[in-house]
Design a protein around this ligand. Structure first.
Ligand code: NAP
Ligand code: F7E
Length: 332
């Protein structure tokens, strides 16, 4: 019988790549989806198989991270061997606008999942989507698993809470619970309001004359940007290891927003400075200036390393957005 995995956040960037990875490994994959007035499952549409098909291995269940009883019922019914908690209000800037909602989903939601796992007949292995945002006002460069945390947003504070609850459930109840401290990772499936995707989409649309200007916030911020499909593999590897632990997942390189602009626009023969204007409304009340991860542990213990370089990442995203912009221009 195939192994069963449960993914919260399956409709998101990482959830969709992780579902693909697990299905490719022969897993039966169950995902949590929110009821919305119009269906937003474009990232997983291609995985859909009629649930009545005897060969179906991908199943979706309505639910919400804030609904603890639903999570308990679902885990009792599905009995997954692995649970990946990727669901979150994941936008840092938005978490300043909606702090209570963001913290309810990202902090208490994670606790709800941990509690539901703890109450399973045979508790599943658990993965928590922790974040480099937890380092915030960084105490050291580069950051590794021992770098002190100094969160700088409601989002980051919520992730710190969930991170420590993951450790606590491991120590208190002996759960196989891992926290992956993932640095920024991007792809053509990245949400359109995150800076990389905002840039690559704009570059493609500017190239085809569909827009002329791009408004951004802080161009000096530096991030350690990797490729999302590489990163979901690190999540899976964490749950296959004999012991549960916490890992930084990063490339070990940092680049500014300005450098990402340069890579993306120059790939299309465009000069970014002719199109970009700074709009302070995209700045945050408190910024994280520089993130740079040290991936030594994940490389040495799990044998994981990133496959896609910074330049390749920008090009993959620009090429995908150019294809989408061509369809848009053709009215398709
Ligand atoms: P994403 O694209 O924003 O996806 C978030 C997912 O969470 C979506 O499927 C969303 O569902 C779901 N969700 C939101 N609120 C929910 C709720 N109340 N109940 C159930 N599901 C809910 O995020 P991502 O980039 O894939 O990131 C995955 C996880 O890793 C997140 O926890 C994020 O905070 C964390 N993380 C991301 C990065 C990164 O660079 N991408 C780095 C470190 C950590 P809808 O589709 O219905 O909105
Ligand atoms: O911002 C700057 C912004 O929103 C990156 C999430 O996945 O990664 C992500 O969080 C940088 C920041 O990502 C704009 O100020 C400038 O310094 O793409 P972002 P993020 O905040 O780093 C972490 C690891 C997560 O865990 C999160 O879930 O770019 N920036 N101008 C801008 N950012 C945005 N969004 N929009 C701008 O116009």
């Amino acid at each position: 019988m195939s192994k069963r995995a449960f993914i919260t956040g399956v409709t998101g960037q990482d959830g969709s790549y992780l579902a693909e990875l697990l299905l490719g490994k022969g897993y039966q994959v169950h995902g949590l989806v929110r009821r919305t007035s119009s269906i937003s499952r474009s990232r997983i549409d291609h995985l859909h198989v009629d649930a009545h098909d005897p060969d179906a291995r991908f199943f979706l269940h309505y639910g919400d991270l804030t609904d603890s009883s639903r999570l308990r019922d679902l885990f009792a019914e599905v009995e997954p061997e692995e649970v990946y908690n990727l669901g979150a209000q994941s936008h840092v800037r938005v978490s300043f606008d909606e702090p209570v909602f963001s913290v309810t989903v990202d902090a208490l939601g994670a606790l709800n999942v941990l509690e539901a796992v703890r109450h399973m007949k045979t508790p599943a292995r658990f993965y928590q989507a922790s974040s480099s945002e937890m380092y915030g006002k960084v105490a050291a460069v580069p950051q590794d698993e021992n770098t002190p945390l100094h969160p700088r947003s409601p989002y980051a504070c919520a992730k710190v809470y969930a991170h420590y609850q993951t450790l606590n459930y491991r120590e208190a109840y002996g759960l196989f619970a891992c926290s992956g401290i993932l640095f920024n990772h991007e792809s053509p499936r990245r949400g359109e309001s995150f800076v990389t995707r905002k840039i690559t989409r704009a570059a493609a649309r500017i190239k085809l004359g569909l827009q002329n200007k791009l408004y951004l916030g802080n161009l000096d911020a530096k991030r350690d940007w990797g490729y999302a499909p590489d990163y979901v593999e690190a999540m899976w590897r964490m749950l296959q290891h004999p012991t549960a632990d916490d890992y930084v997942v990063a490339t070990g390189e940092t680049h500014s927003v300005r450098e990402f602009l340069e890579e993306s626009f120059s790939h299309l023969g465009l000069k970014w400075s002719s199109h970009v204007e700074v709009d302070p409304s995209f700045e945050r009340p408190s910024e994280v200036d520089i993130l740079l991860g040290d991936p030594t542990k994940v490389r040495e213990v799990l044998g994981w390393k990133p496959r896609v370089t910074f330049r390749e990442l920008a090009r993959i995203m620009v090429d995908a957005d150019l294809e989408a912009a061509r369809k848009e221009a053709a009215g398709l």
